[in-house]
Design a protein around this ligand. Structure first.
Ligand code: SAM
Length: 280
């Protein structure tokens, strides 16, 4: 089975409805499918992702990417096509609703045209699924690897995603540039470093009141202490930590939400490599 459309995509739509109170349009489903195909073909030229099996791709790359911003999607009116009406709700998935979405749209202050940045986006996650889904927002994809950004430029063109911008560079340097510092409503980061490192990469890029979303697998309470210390130095607070279960493999995952409440001191982020070598 190498096609996201068939035979299980209807079930996936159902899962989105049940877990996020959101339904992708047919156009969005087509874009997810094309994205999957582009990733598979890109993978034959460079090492983009190990996640290539369709259900795993759906859960770990598509569903997980959107789970971090479910507070924005929940209840969003869809220009729907009716093709989801015949679906039967899955009791298994309903019982999996471990983490109701809290603090809906208040999480960001300008939800009409939000600006996102995805730091260390790699093959485009979580940024591309978010660009497909939040078409009224703009998503900047940042990665230090030029080859990955070249691939993402191709994806952007092939999918006609005019709301995507790409930037090659290190978060430690980009964050000091006037065109990026304090410019974003939401900073996303997945699988790039420890929570404290992620805080140092994300908070300087946020506008006052902006939100950092740190995607995590495990989250230990003892990490909270060092994160709290880091976040305080960077002008932020830990707003919430959401634990949830993924819908297919029932894995535990976390999203940490940090709020920017004060200007980040100009020495942050520190020079390239320092945040990882000497976490705050
Ligand atoms: N976020 C993607 C995901 O979850 O599938 C990719 C994660 S991959 C493990 C980490 C990515 O972060 C790599 O593509 C790497 O080039 C990038 N990266 C690591 N440190 C970075 C930094 N300081 N600035 C920008 N990109 C960075």
């Amino acid at each position: 089975m190498n096609n996201l459309n068939s035979p299980f995509l209807p079930d996936m739509v159902n899962i989105w409805q049940q877990t996020m109170n959101w339904t992708p349009t047919v156009h969005q489903q087509e874009l997810f499918q094309k994205l999957y195909e582009l990733i598979l073909s890109g993978n034959s030229q460079q090492n983009l992702t190990r996640i290539t099996e369709p259900q795993e791709f759906w859960e770990k790359h598509l569903w997980d990417s959107l789970r971090g911003i479910a507070f924005l999607l929940s209840g969003q009116a869809q220009e729907n096509t009716g093709d989801t009406e015949e679906l039967t709700p899955s009791s298994v998935l309903i019982s999996n609703l471990q983490s109701p979405i809290q603090n809906p749209k208040s999480k960001i202050q300008n939800p009409k045209f939000p600006t996102f940045i995805d730091i260390g986006t790699g093959a485009g996650f979580p940024g591309i699924p978010i660009a497909i889904t939040v078409a009224h927002g703009t998503v900047t994809l940042l990665d230090s690897t030029r080859k990955k950004i070249a691939f993402l430029d191709r994806v952007k063109d092939e999918l006609h995603l005019t709301n995507i911008k790409t930037v090659t560079g290190r978060a430690e340097e980009i964050s000091h540039q006037i065109q990026h510092r304090q410019c974003y409503d939401v900073a996303l980061i997945r699988a790039v470093g420890t929570a404290s490192v992620c805080a140092e990469y994300t908070l300087p890029l946020l506008k006052q009141g902006g939100l950092a979303v740190i995607y995590r697998g495990n989250w230990m309470e003892d990490e909270a202490k060092s994160l709290k210390n880091a976040v305080q130095q960077l002008g932020g607070t830990i707003e919430s930590v959401e634990e949830f279960t993924t819908p297919l493999t029932h894995s535990i995952r976390h999203c940490l939400y940090l709020r920017k409440v004060a200007t980040t001191p100009s020495q942050f982020p520190r020079a390239v490599g320092v945040p990882t070598q000497k976490p705050l």
